[in-house]
Design a protein around this ligand. Structure first.
Ligand code: NAP
Ligand code: MG
Length: 483
């Protein structure tokens, strides 16, 4: 599958069950990060397209979609999941060419999208209210109701996974969605819309408007008739979206990245830890909100962990997405510039090892995966999110020190603890400030079933798992007096 063989036209928006040109007739170029080549044009949707999408979603909410029994909604999502699964290889090849991720990662993303539809399809009719004991003569119960029209603003790093978790939970609970994918990564969002059409999703239940964040994204986040916004991306844009939604007083879910630590104690099973330590940092070229960019290592195993991580870094090959090496290009020249400026700020640090750039191709946005060792916890590279294949090793002596370092950034998304001491595992699981803590493993981006989200500047609200179904609904209490 090449992008010239798509089963949908990427220069169109998907609104009200139909493929329509953007109202202002403009397009944006589509680039392949592996070689910088232009591979097509996508729609540049603007405020009128968002307005049309919101109207379509309102009609769906008030019509066939809103009235559909939960079991039927679930069946449609399950059918959509099977279509995604059947087309997983095509979706993976499209994604690899659009965002530069190695094929095996793109395949995992496509299968995760299918799995989200399966999970939320199955969950759709299992969201129950409660009955509440109250005064004599009353029966009180709660109803979980859809917000109505939900807005979904998605970044470029894991389009399929983030669409799956956000749109999947919203549709399962009966919301009608308006999705604004990132301008750098629209193709699988549109492919998904085409498959939703094939699955028989009613018109207006899912609308996709590609375009720029400052145009289509801003129109969606400030739209007065959108009843919930779900956003994944940078802290600055997340804050702007929360501010844009504030006058409309609608709930906002923000997932804004992190500086997630893995903490390796002297008693850890290093053989088990090593693959996780490196993979969680270089997966998707480090462009992962839950990337593990800080490796905290207790002094007794510091030398060994540094040497073994360095050995793995030396074996990392960087190249075009379709070559399916360990690391692909970054998404854009802009992102490459951001990562290179961080590497320049690390010029005072020790480079323990770098990956192999010999398979990189001219015009692509490649950087060498870089492991820094012996880094102080207050160094900018140990505090700020880099969003590239860069990890720092931070030494520590005591458990208390490890906790202080782990909690010492503005973020709190994911953490892991590598130790054979069960009591220590339990202490750290409680004391680390993060939305997820892994004990003797690490899941960067994985876990359809696992509630996910952050504290601090990592954001608020929870996606994934059953928990997301609560976020995409509002609770109504009905108190009946019958004497
Ligand atoms: P971003 O600017 O936050 O973009 C995320 C999404 O928000 C995109 O769909 C973007 O659209 C949209 N957007 C941008 N400005 C908007 C606005 N004013 N109103 C509404 N929507 C808007 O992220 P980025 O520029 O792609 O990446 C920059 C940094 O963000 C990265 O270096 C990384 O640190 C962080 N990031 C985090 C995650 C994560 O998973 N938490 C994901 C991606 C990036 P367009 O892109 O089409 O303009
Ligand atoms: Mg692209």
């Amino acid at each position: 599958m090449t992008v010239t063989e798509l089963w949908f036209d990427p220069s169109l928006c998907f609104i009200d069950g139909a493929w329509v040109p953007p109202a202002e007739g403009q397009t944006l170029p589509l680039a392949n990060p592996s070689n910088g080549e232009e591979i097509g044009q996508i729609a540049r949707g603007t405020a009128p397209d968002i307005e049309a999408a919101v109207q379509a979603a309102e009609a769906a909410r008030d019509g066939a979609w809103g009235r559909m029994p939960a079991a039927d909604r679930g069946r449609l999502l399950a059918r959509l999941g099977r279509l995604v699964q059947d087309r997983a290889e095509d979706l993976a090849r499209i994604e690899a060419q659009d965002v530069g991720k190695p094929l095996k990662q793109a395949r995992a993303d496509a299968l995760a999208l299918a799995r989200y539809m399966e999970f939320y399809g199955g969950a759709a009719d299992k969201l129950h209210g409660e009955t509440i004991p109250y005064m004599d003569g009353y029966t009180v119960y709660t109803l979980r109701e859809a917000h109505g029209v939900t807005g979904h603003i998605v970044p470029w790093n894991y389009p399929m996974q983030i669409i799956g978790r956000s749109v999947g939970a919203a549709l399962a609970t009966g919301n009608a969605c308006v999705l604004k994918p990132a301008e750098d990564a629209c193709l699988t969002a549109l492919a998904f819309a085409a498959l939703a059409q094939e699955a028989g999703l009613p018109a207006g239940a899912l609308n996709v408007v590609p375009g720029l964040g400052a145009e289509a994204g801003a129109a969606l986040s400030g739209h007065p008739r959108v009843q919930h916004i779900s956003f994944t991306g940078s802290v600055g844009v997340g804050a702007a979206i929360q501010a844009a939604a504030a006058p409309n007083v609608v709930p906002v879910t923000l997932e804004l990245g992190g500086k997630s630590p893995q903490i390796v104690f002297d008693d850890a099973d290093l053989g088990a830890a090593l693959p996780f330590l490196v993979n969680a940092g270089i997966q998707n070229a480090g462009q992962t909100c839950s990337a593990s960019s800080r490796i905290l290592v207790q002094r007794g195993v510091l030398e060994e962990v540094t040497a073994r991580m360095a050995e793995r870094y030396g074996a990392l090959r960087v190249g075009p997405a379709l070559d399916d090496l360990e690391v692909g290009p970054l998404i854009s020249a802009r992102q490459k510039g951001i990562v290179e400026s961080f590497l320049a700020r690390g010029s005072d640090l020790t480079v323990a090892a770098q990956g192999d750039l010999s398979a990189a191709v001219d015009g692509g946005h490649y950087v060498a995966p870089t492991l820094f060792s012996g880094v102080a916890a207050d160094h900018p590279l140990a505090r700020d999110e880099i969003f590239g294949p860069v990890q720092v090793i931070i030494p520590f002596d005591t458990e208390e020190e490890a906790i202080a370092i782990a909690n010492g950034t503005d973020y709190g998304l994911v953490a892991s603890v590598w130790s054979r001491d069960g009591a220590r595992q339990m202490r750290l699981a409680r004391q680390i400030r993060a939305g997820q803590v892994f004990l003797n493993n690490y899941g960067a981006g994985g876990g359809v079933e696992l509630p996910f989200g952050g504290v601090g500047k990592s954001g608020h609200g929870r996606e994934k798992g059953f928990e997301a179904m609560y976020g995409f609904t509002t609770l109504k209490t009905v108190a009946a007096y019958h004497g």
